[in-house]
Design a binder for this molecule. Structure first.
Ligand SMILES: C[S@@+](CC[C@H](N)C(=O)[O-])C[C@H]1O[C@@H](n2cnc3c(N)ncnc32)[C@H](O)[C@@H]1O
Length: 413
């Protein structure tokens, strides 16, 4: 599954021993070539509980060194293993060692009464159901990664095994994981030729970005959420924080299965089937197993959504009524298709349209709605939300000017 939200961990860690810094910001690099006494000093200032174990996977044409870094203490002793370049590991050390306030808050959340249970789900292995009502926008599940692995360590072909030397690294990463049971009980789909860790990662991991590099992040709790093409939850990352939360995109009733989408939201049936084929299962979600007429009606609505989105760009700004009608139709269709998590993206587009046609009140209404969705389903500190806040400042100034002009006009009358 690939989640189109990327955590951008940077390098905020300021090690207590300045002489060990590789540069002004990051942890010093350490790998298997590091002089033993220096490595000892560096490791004493990092969260890693094992000496790095490294290799260059030449069998996949790589010249880059990858190492296993593990911390047994991470996430209340569940542990984490990272397969990464020494640079990426140095960047991640901060988040593993010094949990941010947000991390602590979520850690606290992780212990509150659970809103869900993991149970067998016919035809899908295990799955997650709600054990109480979960309100729209509630972050009801928080998960911390058990494994993070650099994508360049995996060959392109989804079905091929990893690099031939890779099994040693995978095995080391597994051996050094404190809670192996939790990890090994997760779904597998690739068969015995593939190392079990690679299989679990390929079947369950999210696409994430760390240190500007694409990676797979394995979040054992989130990994139990099955896919649906009209899901009721969304996986949310925040910047500089390794935690991932699942947030309800609409109210979820007790007994209802909780699902997320493994693929971009909103595609009609044939595109979804193609996209999901990479995940090696036939989707049996409510929409995919609905009667043919219901699926066709849904496909038509989804195609219409795309048409409207592009049509809106072409409607002249003077044709205010046409734009308003298209906007209304668009939001109604999104709601019928239960694509709530996507609504925020479009509210931003509507904000621009209304701003351009001079309707600052409507622009502000859509800007607020877009921000609400973006903060809930995305990173509140991320660029998208920051951009929206700047747009709102501009609209606010226009509204203030309009009010002032109105006051002046009333004064003149
Ligand atoms: C990330 S795991 C989800 C949890 C998994 N069901 C388990 O038992 O742990 C992904 C696997 O779950 C199954 N799965 C998820 N969503 C499904 C769906 N909509 N239809 C059928 N199988 C699904 C597939 O076997 C897939 O490889």
């Amino acid at each position: 599954m690939f989640i189109h939200l990327y955590p951008q961990t940077q390098c905020p860690w300021d090690p207590t021993t300045p002489s060990l810094r590789s540069d002004g910001n990051c942890s010093a690099l350490v790998d298997d070539d590091t002089d033993e006494s220096l490595a000892h000093r560096i490791l004493a200032n990092t969260p890693w509980t094992h000496a790095p174990y490294c290799l260059v996977p030449r069998s996949i044409g790589s010249e880059q060194k990858f190492c296993v870094y593990s911390s047994s203490a991470f996430n209340d002793g569940s542990g984490i293993s990272i397969i990464a370049t020494p640079e990426t590991a140095a960047t991640l050390a901060a988040a593993v060692q010094n949990p941010s306030p947000a991390w602590r808050a979520r850690r606290h959340l992780a212990h509150q009464a659970r809103a869900y249970s993991v149970i067998p789900m016919p035809g899908k292995g295990m799955g997650v159901i709600a054990t109480r009502r979960i309100a729209q926008f509630e972050a009801f599940m928080t998960s911390f990664p058990a494994v993070i692995a650099d994508n360049d360590f995996f060959p392109d072909d989804e079905d091929a095994g990893g690099p031939s030397e890779g099994k040693r690294l995978f095995q080391r990463a597994l051996d050094q994981l404190s809670d192996k049971k939790r990890f090994l009980s997760l779904a597998k789909s690739k068969g015995e030729d593939v190392h079990v860790l690679e299989d679990v990662l390929r079947t369950n991991a999210f696409g994430i970005t760390v240190n500007g590099r694409d990676a797979k992040g394995l979040y054992p709790e989130i990994a139990r959420l099955n896919h649906a093409c009209d899901p009721n939850a969304y996986g949310r990352f925040t910047k500089g924080d390794l935690a991932m939360s699942a947030v309800a995109t609409r109210d979820i009733m007790p007994g209802e299965e909780i699902t997320i989408s493994y693929i971009p939201l909103g595609m009609p049936t044939p595109y979804r089937a193609k996209s999901l084929a990479n995940w090696g299962f036939n989707c049996t979600c409510g929409l995919c197993s609905a009667p043919a007429e219901a699926r066709e009606a849904s496909d038509q609505r989804r195609e219409r959504l795309v048409d409207i989105f592009y049509a809106m760009d072409k409607v002249p700004q003077s044709d205010y009524q046409e734009l308003v009608d298209l906007t209304r139709e668009f939001v109604d269709l999104l709601q019928i298709e239960r694509l709530e998590a996507k609504v925020g993206e479009y509210f931003q587009a509507f904000m621009r349209i209304y701003y351009n046609i001079g309707d600052a009140d409507s622009a502000m209404r859509y800007a607020k709605a877009a921000l609400r969705y973006a903060e809930t389903f995305g990173d509140p500190e991320g660029g998208f939300c920051e951009g929206l806040r700047r747009d709102m400042d501009v609209i606010r100034r226009v509204l203030d000017d309009q009010k002032e002009m109105q006051r002046q006009r009333q004064g003149e009358e």
